[in-house]
Design a protein around this ligand. Structure first.
Ligand SMILES: O=P(O)(O)OC[C@H]1O[C@H](OP(=O)(O)OP(=O)(O)O)[C@H](O)[C@@H]1O
Ligand SMILES: Nc1nc2[nH]cnc2c(=O)[nH]1
Length: 184
């Protein structure tokens, strides 16, 4: 992880993209839409660790339907700002077979992470896989997956806060920031 002084310098130089109040409003709106869709279903919610930890903890108490909860852990950015091969740390359990699954993640960027997780779940027999993301980045490129629920749209910059890290740091921030251009 980056050192303390470097982490503070990155935050000092960053631009605020969404305030804590804007993030909370988006999560409330998302929770209402997801609750309307799943109220008769009892889906399995799968949180994609580690970036989804904040989004998951904040949206779960706002969801108003019976649900099962579990997680998968996969990463393709590691401590860098560029995506690579997806590394599985904890895969889905066999019990996904036959289930209606809702994936929760912090960000849909190029889409490779959620596309790979979705494919694996379907190969394991999941009945359907939907995706809810706190944020989606406008990359200007086509993506291998579309999210069913998107909270906030992001510019094409490396962002952090609300579960998203910059070189391991700042997942804990309640707002969303973009790194100064040229720092990635
Ligand atoms: O749409 P993509 O371009 O595939 O990127 C999205 C993924 O990138 C981040 O995970 P990361 O690999 O950084 O691991 P983390 O969850 O531990 O931060 C984020 O949590 C998403 O899962
Ligand atoms: N922290 C962080 N993780 C990501 N994963 C994919 N895109 C991003 C991003 O902009 N920031």
């Amino acid at each position: 992880m980056i050192n303390n002084a470097e982490a503070w310098r990155i935050l000092d130089d960053a631009d605020l993209i969404y305030s804590e109040a804007e993030v909370q409003a988006a999560i409330t709106t998302l929770a209402a839409a997801i609750s309307a869709r799943f109220k008769d279903t009892t889906p399995l919610l799968l949180s994609v660790m580690g970036g989804a930890v904040v989004f998951t903890g904040q949206i779960l108490p706002r969801l108003y339907f019976p649900l099962d909860f579990d997680y998968v852990h996969a990463t393709r950015y590691g401590k860098t700002t560029r995506g690579g091969e997806l590394e599985w740390i904890v895969g889905p359990r066999e019990s996904v077979a036959g289930r209606s699954v809702l994936l929760l993640d912090d960000i849909l960027d190029e889409g490779h992470t959620l596309a790979a997780i979705r494919s694996r779940l379907l190969a394991m027999g999941a009945a359907e896989v939907a995706c809810a993301v706190l944020t989606e980045k406008h990359t200007g490129q086509s993506k291998p997956i579309r999210a069913d629920f998107v909270g906030l749209v992001l510019p094409n910059r490396y962002v952090f806060g609300c579960g998203m890290d910059v070189e391991g740091a700042w997942r804990n921030l309640p707002a969303i920031y973009a790194m100064k251009d040229g720092q990635t």
